[in-house]
Design a binder for this molecule. Structure first.
Ligand code: NAP
Length: 248
């Protein structure tokens, strides 16, 4: 029987790599994005998944910080799958501010909390009825090393990502009896648009602070998802591919 997956924030970066991994593993994939400028990018991902892996894929625009957009996303996904069954939800969409906390305005920090944390509550709340009691199903949430440590000028982001890890633990306990596993991936520094504004000298300096001596690649995170999807005895855990960053 075909397996069905929904991934948020799959237009680019880590989410794109994870969307491709879902396709490679045989899931039909609904890929969410937010901005008009990412429509074409997401459609390229859809085409690649369909042609490379022979599964079905659909792009759905939705701002997952808004409950009504999440409702639309899940409704369209279930209609697309043609059955009321979701095997994998990957809550990945995220944004960051980079500001000292005095200057950071309430609308900016609320946007970070709503996009990085509340969206994962909305999507889990809406998808779980299609996930419980189907055998193995999984929710995987993208957290961050910022949720395991503190980061200067990232108070809102660290709060959201620590919240993600707490949400994962609680949902894992609540839904284990109904065979839904819930885990987090907490990436270290990964080369995506989030780091594109940083110049080469700063990137080299950042890489030098990482024990393994390099900024991570999106494939490092897609590899963690690959493991989690098949790890049928793993729940409530945070896996952190971070090059040793949090050991120091
Ligand atoms: P990215 O390249 O900036 O991509 C972000 C993705 O999230 C895009 O697909 C974007 O859609 C989507 N998105 C943002 N806000 C959204 C919203 N309200 N509704 C729906 N989609 C939304 O970022 P990334 O580096 O791949 O990050 C992906 C995840 O990894 C995030 O949760 C981030 O916090 C986490 N992370 C990243 C790093 C890193 O070093 N890169 C480290 C730790 C954790 P559009 O294209 O439409 O804008």
């Amino acid at each position: 029987m075909a397996k069905n997956a929904i991934i948020t924030g799959g237009s680019r970066g880590i989410g794109k790599a994870m969307a491709l991994k879902l396709g490679e593993k045989g899931y039909n994939v609904v890929i969410n994005y937010r901005s008009n400028s990412s429509k074409a990018l997401t459609e390229e991902v859809i085409d690649e998944i369909k042609s490379e892996f022979g599964v079905d894929a659909l792009a759905v625009q939705a701002d997952v910080s808004k409950f009504e957009d999440c409702e639309k996303l899940v409704k369209e996904a279930v209609e697309f799958f043609g059955e009321e069954k979701v095997d994998a939800l990957v809550n990945n969409a995220g944004i960051t501010n980079n500001s000292n906390f005095i200057d950071l305005q309430p609308d900016a920090y609320e946007a970070v909390i709503n996009t990085n944390l509340v969206s994962m509550m909305h999507m889990s709340h809406l998808c779980l009825p299609y996930m419980v009691d189907n055998g193995d199903a999984s929710i995987t949430c993208t957290a961050s090393v910022g949720g395991m440590t503190g980061v200067i000028n990232q108070g809102d982001y660290c709060a959201a990502k620590t919240g993600v890890i707490g949400l994962v633990r609680a949902l894992a306990l609540e839904f284990a009896p109904r065979q839904v596993r819930v885990n987090a991936i907490a990436p270290g520094m990964i080369m995506t648009d989030m780091l594109r504004g940083v110049n080469q000298d700063e990137l080299n300096a950042l890489a030098a602070t990482i024990p393994l001596g390099r900024i991570g690649d999106v494939s490092d995170i897609a590899g963690a998802l690959d493991y989690i999807l098949d790890a049928t005895y793993l729940t409530g855990q945070t896996i952190s591919p971070n090059g040793g960053f949090v050991l120091q």
